[in-house]
Design a protein around this ligand. Structure first.
Ligand code: HEC
Length: 251
């Protein structure tokens, strides 16, 4: 019974079920979905670097634009890079789809690039944040990269120009009790166009955008929640005095 309860709890924590496997510690992503500037930067990175393979097929450009404080013209200018079958730019009212088919993706990358609308909720924001910063050089892989949190991943390191190239360094450490441990570390061997701090910030912006995408109404939901609590409190005061009034003659 205890085991069953533990399993149910594990399944309720996003990402916990997937994060199992080789235990790679995840870095904490301090996501703030109310940060509009971060969301806008994340959306731009997403449409520039991810939407060519992955889609966000449950989101529409104009809804995203509205939530992120962008006009339809800005959405058209900054976020839409795709065209329809006739070559006309994708319209703002359309879903964030890609032209690449699943079958082509599977053939080219060994695995289809999944839809990313809900990825931050399925995997957890810490997982996605760590994943996008954990590609390293591995000549045995088709694209020359591997990933510590997603071993033998089919995705190439599409942000390598920004981050640079990392190598996996394995060291043996001896702890206080004299036991030997293997410690793996990622070392930047070739700098990218961004410093490590800038790259972490860019990935955080991207993850912030993905967190928003997974639940576009989340900020609104929290504001509504506060009003509901205020309403219940006022109702409680009235109900209390009403109860006193009703019961005052009952002894
Ligand atoms: C060149 C195509 C391509 C591009 C561009 C690309 N990806 Fe991927 N991505 C893939 C493929 C293929 C997989 C599936 C890998 C596998 O299952 O081995 C994947 C997997 C993922 C996963 C893991 C999904 C899961 O839950 O299994 C995440 C997260 C992800 N990509 C995020 C991104 C982000 C964010 C970007 C933009 C910065 C991006 N990808 C750009 C091809 C791509």
């Amino acid at each position: 019974m205890k085991k069953l309860i533990a399993v149910i709890f594990a399944l309720m924590i996003p990402g916990a079920a997937f994060a199992a496997g080789p235990a790679v510690p995840l870095d904490k992503a301090h996501v703030d979905v109310t940060n509009e500037a971060a969301l806008q930067r994340g959306a731009k990175l997403f449409t520039n670097y991810c939407l060519s393979c992955h889609e966000a097929g449950f989101a529409r450009y104009n809804r995203v634009g509205r939530d992120l404080g962008l006009t339809e013209e800005q959405v058209q200018q900054y976020l839409i890079n795709t065209t329809d079958a006739d070559g006309a730019p994708t319209k703002v009212g359309e879903l964030m789809k890609v032209a690449m088919t699943k079958a082509y993706g599977s053939e080219a990358f060994g695995a289809a690039a999944p839809d990313l609308t809900l990825v931050a909720r399925v995997r957890g924001t810490d997982w996605v944040y760590t994943y996008l910063r954990s590609f390293y050089k591995d000549d045995k892989r088709p694209f020359g990269v591997n990933n510590t949190v997603f071993p033998n991943v089919g995705m190439p390191h599409v942000l390598w120009e920004l981050q640079g190239r990392q190598e996996l360094v394995v060291r043996t450490e001896v702890d206080a009790k004299g036991h030997e441990h293997e410690v793996t570390e990622l070392k930047l061997v070739e700098p990218g166009t961004m410093t490590p701090a800038e790259y972490n910030q860019a990935v955080l912006d991207l993850v912030t955008f993905l967190a928003y995408l997974g639940e576009p109404a989340q900020t609104e939901r929290k504001v509504i929640g506060i009003w509901v609590l205020i309403f219940l409190f006022v109702l409680f005061v009235f109900a209390y005095f009403l109860k006193k009034e009703y019961w005052k003659d009952v002894h």
